[in-house]
Write a protein that binds this ligand. Structure first.
Ligand code: PMP
Length: 449
């Protein structure tokens, strides 16, 4: 890779973004009252020049910005809009609940909740469900329940996994092979090794060594890593995790927030996994904040039988707006009508086409890159063969190259998730959308090499 050429192209694309988006740039420059000039500091990671493009409208797989440009959206709110932006049936359900019936948050259950619980059981197998508004909170509460029920203090995660802003999860395998704080962790409440253990994905020997300490309540993991590229499990790894966790009396929590792309019941159903608990967020509300965690009937009964645990008031599990009527109505409409079994089959087919297009472009330039796919989601990484652990994948990150590709695509009407080279298909994505990406991506590589 000619780095000088890359810098030149990146500067060119950055200048082009400035020319194309004067209104977005002006809005950003005016935003003096926002911390970092954005509603959420991560919005500065847009990989789209020195300011973010501002959202105007979004419907299905399309977004427009306030400068009047239209985009094919493969970012889909980093999975929050995997159902497509504002699907009509979800909009109607939300309108009915909020407008016609009234009452988004009344501290009373609605009958939609049992429908959603039953549907999540059908898809993922876990027998009992509770709700949150984010995947982060679903993970936080699952972790608390796991510690309560096992009486053990620690949580184990995979190195370079991401489970939201969950304190216990911000740990990586350090250079000497032991756990250490994830670089950049902001304001940790304590040394993370007091609360957590860590193992590399696909490394059963390391997992076994860590579990042997006997202090781990739960392994919290994605069945495939999706936040450091996609790292797929090797044959026998997930079965090994299940066997080791059972042998050491450790609960297994599958975080299916992103791996939901694997199918209607995520990897858990697609690969016949048997977690004790499961967490999910983002997509299941069709764009309305929603999350959920599921647990086995046996685990639920054991927890409810414990008179020392305050599961009703201020015991640390729950939120005032969690499970609210609006969020639950949105989940029902999304699961019943949009992210259906049939929709997943079509989305996976499109992701396969996307993967083939990217592979062909990479091969044509002879680049040592790889592409991984998980159902409706595909991602390329600047290494071949594909990395097999989180740390390996972190080591091949290339911010400049990523920025160039993201900017090149954005300037030509295609959005990827800013934190990844990731593309996600929604029920409204078309073959033509995928082929347009292949064309533009091929041109981006041709200019580079
Ligand atoms: N779990 C996984 C696997 C995620 O990828 C994320 C966010 N990227 C979260 C949890 C946290 O989701 P949220 O920020 O919506 O709480």
């Amino acid at each position: 890779m000619d780095r000088a050429r890359l810098s030149h192209l990146l500067a060119r694309e950055s200048a082009e973004a400035g020319r194309r988006n004067p209104r977005s740039r002006a809005a950003y420059e005016r935003a003096d009252h926002l911390f970092g000039r954005v509603p959420m500091t991560w919005m500065n990671k847009t990989a789209a020049g020195s300011f973010p493009r501002y959202l105007d409208t979004a419907r299905g797989a399309r977004i427009t910005d306030i400068d009047g440009h239209e985009y094919i959206d493969f970012c889909l709110g980093d999975t929050g809009a995997m159902a497509g932006h504002s699907p009509a049936v979800v909009a109607e359900a939300v309108q009915r609940r909020f407008g016609t019936l009234g009452g988004a948050t009344a501290m009373l259950p609605t009958e939609d909740a049992e429908w959603v619980g039953a549907e999540l059981t059908r898809r993922f197998g876990l027998a009992r469900w509770s709700f949150s508004l984010t995947a982060t909170d679903a993970n936080r509460w699952a972790i608390r329940l796991a510690r309560a029920v096992t009486g053990r203090p620690k949580i184990l995660v995979n190195s370079y996994s991401y489970h939201g802003s969950v304190d216990e999860s911000l740990i990586v395998v350090g250079p000497d092979g032991s756990g250490t704080a994830r670089p950049g962790n902001v304001g940790a409440p304590c040394d993370v090794t007091l609360t957590s253990r860590v193992a590399e994905f696909n490394d059963l020997a390391q997992l076994e060594r860590e579990l042997a300490h006997g202090d781990v309540a739960a392994v919290l993991m994605e069945p495939a890593l999706t936040n450091i590229g996609i790292v797929l499990p090797e044959a026998g790894y997930l079965a090994g995790v299940r066997e080791l966790t059972r042998r050491h009396g450790v609960l297994l929590i599958n975080d299916e927030t992103h791996t939901f792309s694997a199918g209607p019941g995520g990897c858990t159903a697609a690969w016949g996994l048997e977690p004790d608990m499961l967490t999910i967020g983002k997509a299941i509300g069709g764009g309305i904040p929603a999350g959920a965690y599921g647990l086995s009937a046996e685990l639920a009964d054991r927890l409810l039988d414990r008179s020392d645990l305050d599961l009703v008031d201020m015991g640390g599990v729950g939120g005032t707006l969690a499970g609210n009527a609006l969020s639950v109505a949105a989940m029902r409409a999304t699961l019943e009508h949009v992210l259906t079994d049939e929709a997943f089959a079509a989305m996976a087919g499109l992701a396969e086409r996307f993967e083939a297009g990217v592979c062909a472009a990479i091969d044509a330039q002879g680049l040592p890159w790889s592409v991984s796919r998980l159902g409706a989601r595909a991602e390329y990484r600047f290494a071949s063969p594909a990395p097999r652990t989180g740390s390996e994948s972190a080591a091949v990150a290339d911010a400049g190259l990523e920025d160039y590709l993201h900017l090149y695509l954005a300037n030509r009407g295609i959005l990827l998730t800013p934190f990844h080279n990731m593309a996600l298909m929604c029920p409204d994505t078309t073959r033509q959308d995928v082929d347009t990406h292949t064309e533009v991506f091929t041109a981006a590589l041709a200019e580079l090499v």
